[in-house]
Design a protein around this ligand. Structure first.
Ligand SMILES: CC(C)(COP(=O)(O)OP(=O)(O)OC[C@H]1O[C@@H](n2cnc3c(N)ncnc32)[C@H](O)[C@@H]1OP(=O)(O)O)[C@@H](O)C(=O)NCCC(=O)NCCS
Length: 193
């Protein structure tokens, strides 16, 4: 397995789009989303590949402190003491295809995200964990990285799906009942310091 960088390495967009649909459910605009990530130099998109196939990917960006405040609003969380007005690394997605799970792919992606975010001017990190009640959720990953729970939002994904037409691959055909958990930490309070 090796990690590629969407901004610097050749990536099979069609394979990445298929992986996105497989893990999160289809929206129909995956190829356009990937093209947008590639054009946006503020984003970091490591992609795990093996034998030419996509195993997983992650998506992060650095945002001004004002943006993550609206990001945290559905959780009723106040990020003031976390961000202290400084830029924040936002982890938008981390995902691994079912056949490649529990062999450290997400851990490798998370490590790349950690290295990248510390190379930016961000001083803290936030991310939302999809809590779908199944075995393969990301809560352990966030906790292993030293992030703490900042808030929970039961209707987060249902609202998102209503807005985008995406269907939850876990709850389908019922409306999505998955909870979202907001995690975060300042870099200077993480284990690796
Ligand atoms: C959450 C997710 C990204 C984890 O991916 P992964 O590649 O399986 O993660 P890792 O293999 O690095 O770690 C997962 C577990 O496998 C264990 N593991 C790692 N390498 C292992 C190995 N070689 N053998 C056995 N177990 C191993 C880890 O210790 C970890 O255990 P834990 O959950 O008890 O802490 C993946 O399950 C997924 O895509 N889930 C659905 C989408 C999702 O929820 N994404 C997050 C949205 S925020």
């Amino acid at each position: 397995m090796k990690l590629l960088d969407l901004h610097h390495d050749p990536i099979d967009d069609e394979a990445l789009a298929r992986a996105m649909v497989r893990v999160f459910g289809g929206r129909g605009d995956e190829r356009a989303l990937i093209a947008g990530w590639r054009e946006d130099g503020q984003r970091f998109v490591p992609v795990a590949v093996e034998d030419g196939g996509v195993l997983g990917w992650a998506l992060a960006s650095v945002q001004e402190a004002a943006n993550p405040a609206s990001y945290a609003e559905p959780f009723g969380a106040d990020l003031t003491s976390l961000t202290r007005g400084e830029p924040v690394a936002v982890l938008h997605q981390i995902a691994v295809l079912p056949h490649a799970r529990r062999r450290g792919v997400a851990t490798a992606l998370a490590s790349a995200l950690g290295q990248w975010s510390r190379s930016t001017d961000a001083r803290s990190v936030v991310g939302v964990s999809w809590s779908h009640g199944g075995e393969h959720h990301s809560g352990h990953l966030f906790e292993a990285a030293g992030l703490r729970v900042l808030g929970r939002c039961p209707a987060y994904y249902r609202r998102f799906h209503d807005a985008t037409g995406q269907r939850c691959p876990v709850c389908e055909p019922e409306p999505c009942d998955c909870e979202a958990v907001l995690y975060g930490a300042r870099f200077d309070e993480l284990h690796s310091n």
